[in-house]
Ligand binder design. Structure first.
Ligand code: FE2
Length: 304
């Protein structure tokens, strides 16, 4: 009798503990997901709005806590033309309001207004370089906290004297980041988004020179030296890869929404986005197909 009572009592305690830990888990918010969509390249042509809408619908169906974008929201404003730029950013603003959760945007090279020499606008135009992005979207670098994780959105771009974009974190931005990290415990998992890659296998796999990566990433890696867990999410090269360095720094290059300018795969990677599942201070991720390839192939067949 006593043994039976003891068994029921112990079982009761185990069940109660389980319920409590499950509750406290969701209350502490230790388990959540977020989506990372990069290289959207939105424009009115090429059926791109349909492709972006498919991605938005897929994200809403999966219902992560929020969306991070990896830059190249539109295609493109580097060659200037204010009317065209306004059309593109208005379209992006309008469509991205269709996400059922907050969206945190990152700046991409194609979002830099009128930076190329052939642009009819000059550098005193109020929308020049970051201006148009700031007017429509907001700050080009910032941070926020979510359920015990710290998220940092970086501006990886500047313009050279000969009017090309270049991959660099600015001095002001690095100063800001240092202050920002001073408030973040080294045990807190840190996520960074950057359009141009901070670290990637591409140059070695493709035999290219690595131009298009950020030149001073090491300064940020040094600031993060004591952090227990760092995840870098990056775009630009429409390349899908995952790497982990010394059990501590993880990086994901998130493929792309647009593929090769909405015309097909780039680097034979299907159009899609990254979904990150966080569990306490750990994570898993998957690459989600939002159905654009099937749609694209169906349309190509209809045209035959
Ligand atoms: Fe891109």
């Amino acid at each position: 009798m006593y043994r039976r009572f003891l068994f029921v009592f112990v079982l009761g305690v185990i069940l109660a503990t389980n319920v409590v830990s499950q509750n406290s888990k969701s209350q502490d918010g230790e388990s959540f997901s977020f989506a990372f969509l990069t290289d959207i390249h939105l424009k009115p042509e090429m059926n791109a709005p349909k492709g972006f809408q498919m991605a938005i619908d897929k994200v809403n169906e999966l219902n992560p806590d929020f969306v991070l974008t990896g830059g190249d929201l539109v295609y493109d404003v580097m060659r200037g033309n204010q009317a065209r730029g306004d059309t593109l950013f208005s379209l992006y603003k309008k469509m991205s309001a269709g996400f059922n959760m907050p969206v945190y945007n990152t700046l991409g090279n194609h979002d830099l207004f009128a930076i190329y020499a052939e642009s009819p606008e000059t550098s005193d135009h109020p929308d020049y370089k970051y201006g148009m992005f700031e007017r429509y979207i907001g700050k080009t670098y910032y941070s926020f906290d979510h359920k015990g994780w710290h998220f940092i959105v970086l501006n990886s771009l500047d313009v050279t004297e000969n009017k090309r974009y270049t991959g660099v974190f600015g001095e002001e931005e690095l100063k800001w980041l240092k202050n920002d990290l001073a408030k973040v415990d080294t045990l807190t998992p840190v996520v960074l988004t950057t359009h141009l890659p901070m670290i990637t296998s591409r140059a070695q796999v493709k035999g290219s020179n690595g131009r298009g990566n950020v030149s001073n990433s090491a300064e940020i890696f040094q600031m993060l030296e004591n952090y227990k867990s760092v995840l870098i999410l990056q775009g630009h090269i429409h390349w899908k890869e995952y790497g982990v360095i010394n059990d501590r720094i993880h990086y994901i290059t998130g493929g792309s929404i647009a593929g090769n300018g909405w015309k097909g795969r780039r680097h034979n990677t299907k159009e899609g986005f990254v979904l990150v599942h966080v569990n306490v201070d750990d994570f898993t991720w998957e690459y989600v197909d939002h159905g654009w390839e099937a749609e694209r192939l169906k349309n190509a067949k209809l045209r035959e």
